[in-house]
Design a protein around this ligand. Structure first.
Ligand code: C2E
Ligand code: CA
Ligand code: CA
Length: 402
């Protein structure tokens, strides 16, 4: 039942009432260098539980006990393990469990729909192997002391450690997921997750931003193709560095990447910050117009923080305006922020643009932008950036609109 306990191997605990399932998950883990233990009941599970676990595989449907109670137990015991939820239930049950776990401060790193194949299981173990040891000080602590150098980043890009995360974009009217913004994450085996604020500028100053962009775009589009095969058709928003606005080949390159995967260019939107546009507007306009001619959507990101003139907006080829999260955060408390949000929505609509509110964290903020007629919203209230495997397709908050 128990693999030889080699202390340096990351520990994994498995709970499932089906022995065959336990053995399968344990065997694959052992082969991949983990120290696995499994149990078929909660009493044994609580006895084997420790805060030193790297991962926990959890069956959500156990006789006499639902996975929800176990999630509560893990929350109460301050588990830092990466949770992998397994169930034959439909996707909504898994999704609800995932949200409950996250609301209790647990990390859900994977979801396995039974029956699953070996490839799906190995992929989860690959993630468990790549994530930081959760028993060491997490993200904030270790990662903040780690100052990545150009050399680190180059190696990380070559090793494929910079990956796309996806944050859902929602229809304000129906709360349905209509797309996802792709946000880069550096998953470092030693330092855990590193946020883009700590490596995008480095990539730009050290001449690596094209490699980074191309890698993220390729992986995000590969994921889109997988989703399409599953019958899902999210629109995907990609962030572009201001430096990329000098890449004259980019519109054709993007179009090729999109077509190669059997996708349509109008399902892709490029986000450019307002500040980036201000730098060299006429050069940017050239490349942006050629993107638009290829039917790729164009969004003005962080709107309100830069200095785009009405003329630029009027003549620009944009399809979307994204109100900066700093205004959404203060809109209900501060008259000036509220005024900026209201006027941005009006301006966007008068110019025929779709308006997206970013950084929506409360129901009151969502109500506010809904009253203004904002089409789409993005923010922690509705979904955080996450790995594709745990992307929340289900409607959030149990409210399907009016
Ligand atoms: P951004 O494009 O403005 O992306 C939105 C940021 O707001 C993301 O931070 C997201 O995680 C965060 N966010 C989303 N909802 C909320 C919320 O409700 N509350 C709060 N407080 N924050 C929220 P993240 O992922 O750390 O990205 C930071 C910035 O890094 C992005 O800002 C974008 O400018 C840049 N970035 C990320 N990925 C890429 C990339 O692949 N290429 C380039 N060039 N830049 C990227
Ligand atoms: Ca963005
Ligand atoms: Ca933004």
């Amino acid at each position: 039942m128990t693999a030889a306990a080699i202390p340096t191997r990351p520990q994994v605990l498995i709970l499932d009432d089906e022995h065959g399932m336990c053995e399968l998950v344990a065997d694959v883990g052992d082969d991949m260098g983990f120290d696995t233990q499994w149990c078929d009941n909660f009493r044994d599970f609580s006895a084997h539980f420790s805060t030193g676990l790297r991962g926990i595989f959890l069956d959500l449907a156990m006789p006499g006990m639902d996975g929800i109670e176990i999630i509560r137990f893990l929350g109460d015991n301050h588990s830092t393990a990466h949770l992998v939820l397994m169930s034959g239930h439909d996707v909504h049950v898994l999704e609800a469990a995932r949200r409950l776990a996250e609301s209790r401060g647990l990390k859900v790193t994977g979801v396995l729909h039974k029956p699953f194949d070996l490839a799906a299981l190995s992929a989860i173990y690959d993630v468990l192997a790549a994530v930081a040891d959760p028993t060491r000080p997490a993200d904030g602590a270790t990662a903040s002391r780690f100052a990545p150098t150009a050399q680190h980043l180059r190696a990380a890009l070559a090793a494929g450690h910079v990956v796309p995360y996806f944050q859902p974009k929602f229809s304000v009217a129906t709360r349905e997921v209509v797309g996802a913004e792709v946000l880069a994450r550096w998953i470092d085996p030693d330092h855990g997750m590193i946020s883009p604020d700590r490596f995008i500028a480095l990539a730009e100053s050290e001449g690596m931003i094209d490699d980074l962009t191309d890698g993220i775009v390729d992986r995000a589009l590969d994921q889109c193709r997988v989703w399409r095969r599953e019958g899902k058709h999210p629109r995907i928003a990609l962030n572009l560095s201001p430096l990329s606005l000098n890449r004259l080949d980019l519109p054709d390159l993007l179009l090729r990447k999109v077509m190669l995967r059997g996708l349509f260019p109008d399902t892709i939107t490029i986000e450019i910050t307002e500040t980036a546009l201000a730098k060299d507007y006429s050069a940017s306009l050239d490349i942006l117009t050629r993107m638009r001619m290829r039917r790729i959507g164009l969004s003005i990101d962080d709107f309100g923080t830069g200095y785009s003139s009405f003329k630029q907006l009027q003549n620009g080829p944009f399809t979307e305006l994204k109100i900066d999260q700093s205004f959404i955060a203060k809109a209900l408390e501060e008259e000036s922020s509220r005024a900026i949000v209201e006027s941005s929505v009006q301006l966007g609509h008068r110019l025929g643009l779709k308006v997206v509110a970013e950084g929506v964290e409360t129901e009151d903020q969502l109500d506010f932008i809904k009253r203004l007629g904002c089409e789409e919203a993005q923010g922690y209230l509705l979904g955080r950036p996450c790995a594709a495997e745990v992307f929340p397709w289900a409607v959030q908050g149990g409210n399907h609109g009016d």
